[in-house]
Design a protein around this ligand. Structure first.
Ligand code: GLV
Length: 334
């Protein structure tokens, strides 16, 4: 059997590393590897499969030179990979769907509550020794029950967020593929039939007290939430983004938060991660998290297992259990 060599750009949680080490030789990249170094590693012919992170960009130029059988992305999203170019170059791509749905929906709801109830400001207030006793008008926030949650998207994470919001007594509306629309069958609605409203993007933006983004990043969704959309939202509305930063025009968001166009934002992702748009960090009506949607011990362990299983299958010339481009021609270990 041909040797299997994994190139791991950042070490995975232990369950993943153990599987990789049992299946082949593992090389871990130097800290701070540049894009050019990643491209050279992919072109070197030394590695069968690359185990990658969202910050590793696999563009067409890299993929055209690559001599690898696959890329196993340690994430459900894969906007860091030009999948068309991967397929054209017989590079399989794997991801880790399903396992992080609930954890990410939890973070969407956490952000919604944290912004609504001014949780971060309140915590800072106590720690600063400013709490001198109960006051009738101390740190008043907004309700969630009785309010409308608008979901941009109706995939796994949006539906898990809907489930939670309904339990909070919220009204839930969704637009499945903003900014356009698509049919949603009764079967797809499933448990939500009669409990959530399917509306147009324009209607969703105007009706939402909380607008939560749950779409993949692509050419249709880049800057989906721009200055015009922010202007069309209620001045009392709160924007939540646990999907991908570039879906929101972050500079326009800073302006909108500053001038009261909308009331607040809870963000787990940023347009130019890990950098923040100028002024964002100074705004008190925001809660900002460092992309921790899937960050629980069990979820990351399971993601690591799935990521390793994908990598091992691709290295053996097999279809990975979680393929993104199953149509890509398979190449055996080289
Ligand atoms: C995280 O953002 C993921 O796509 O898994």
């Amino acid at each position: 059997m041909t040797a299997i060599d994994f190139f791991v750009t950042t070490p995975l949680p232990a369950p993943g590393m153990q599987l990789l080490e049992a299946a082949g030789t593992v090389t871990v990249a130097e800290n701070g590897m540049t894009h050019a170094e990643l491209a050279d590693a992919c072109a070197s012919g030394n590695y069968t499969v690359v185990v990658a992170q969202l910050r590793d960009e696999f563009d067409a130029a890299l993929l055209d030179r690559a001599k690898i059988a696959g890329i196993s992305n340690f994430a459900v999203g894969y906007n860091n990979i030009d999948v068309t170019a991967a397929t054209a170059n017989s590079v399989l791509v794997g991801n880790t769907p399903g396992v992080l749905t609930d954890a990410t929906a939890d973070i969407a709801v956490l952000l919604m509550l944290a912004v609504a109830r001014r949780c971060v400001e309140a915590d800072a207030f106590v720690r600063a020794g400013k709490f001198h006793g109960w006051e009738p008008e101390l740190l008043l926030g907004h309700d969630v029950s009785g309010k409308t949650l608008g979901l941009a998207g109706f995939g796994r994470i949006a539906r898990a967020t809907a489930r939670r919001a309904l339990a909070f007594g919220m009204t839930v509306a969704f637009c499945p593929r903003p900014p356009s629309d698509r049919e949603v069958s009764e079967e797809e609605l499933g448990e939500f039939a009669g409990r959530v409203r399917h509306v147009s993007w324009t209607e969703l933006v105007a009706a939402s007290d909380y607008l939560s983004v749950h779409v993949p990043l692509n050419d249709q969704t880049r800057h989906l939430v721009d200055a015009a959309v922010l202007k069309a939202m209620k001045p009392s509305a709160i924007l939540i983004n646990t999907a991908r930063g570039p879906i929101v025009d972050e500079r326009a968001l800073v302006t909108a938060l500053r001038d009261g166009t909308i009331a607040g934002a809870g963000l787990d992702v940023f347009e130019d991660e890990p950098r923040l748009a100028p002024g964002l960090a100074e705004l008190p009506n925001t809660v900002l998290l460092p992309h921790v949607g899937s960050a629980t011990v069990p979820v990351r362990a399971e993601m690591a297992r799935r990521c390793a299983e994908n990598a091992i299958a691709m290295a053996r010339g097999e279809l990975p259990p979680y393929p993104v481009n199953p149509e890509a021609p398979r190449t055996a270990a080289r």
